[in-house]
Write a protein that binds this ligand. Sequence first.
Ligand SMILES: C[S@@+](CC[C@H](N)C(=O)[O-])C[C@H]1O[C@@H](n2cnc3c(N)ncnc32)[C@H](O)[C@@H]1O
Length: 249
Amino acid sequence: MKPADFYTGMVADLYRPLRGSSESPEPYAEFVERYGGPALELGCGDGDPLVELRRRGLDVDGVDSSADMLERLRRRADAAGVPVTVFHQRMEALDLPRRYRAVFLAGPTFTLLPDDATALAALRGIRAHLTEDGTALVPLYVPEPTPLEQLGRPRTATAPDGAEIRVSVIAEERDETACTQTSVLRYERRHGTESGVLERPWLLHWYPSGVFEGLAAEAGLAVSAVTGPDGEPAAEGATELHFLLRVAG
Ligand SMILES: C[S@@+](CC[C@H](N)C(=O)[O-])C[C@H]1O[C@@H](n2cnc3c(N)ncnc32)[C@H](O)[C@@H]1O
């Protein structure tokens, strides 16, 4: 299974109920308002924050590699009476009809790209779809290993249809040279006498200091600022960094 296909089938079904609350749309609304539309969200999934940004009247399109997540996004948008334009594509093979003044990922979805070559292809796609005065926002983080005592311990929730659902990390491998961590996630769903189980590898790839900046430069992008998730200068030891990229001069 390709990493870009992780959020399909049962994983897409259980994503929202297991996640519980939604992240605040504010940082992304502020980003689009500040740098201007049209805007593009990469890895828009089932619609957070894209549907809310569209509801506020912001001109934002979406891209995701999972048709199942996009199907859920369209249903949520229809229910809210909000028109959306979304594309079923991989961010490392972007080919869209518009250029954008603002391109962003909401949260560190870029770490789902499995290696530097795929990341470079995605950055080249971002560069090709930005207007000359455009800005991109790429949040990144270095994942922590799952503590040993947490392995096999499920997080549980109840789905809207009443099913009992669970997810747990059952195994994990970390490669400090390749900068990857692969966790085997076990999803379980039980509803009355029916039950289903799915185990799937979830790969995260991170960037040692300077590597992301080098890939961006190779793609024709320059880092103009690095902030914390709140848009303020990144604090010492911050776990999530937001990279702002401009077209290199
Ligand atoms: C963690 S989810 C976040 C979705 C959404 N932003 C949210 O917060 O609800 C990550 C999304 O990125 C998508 N994704 C993963 N790899 C991708 C790729 N290479 N290109 C485009 N989308 C990708 C997945 O299908 C999934 O919908």
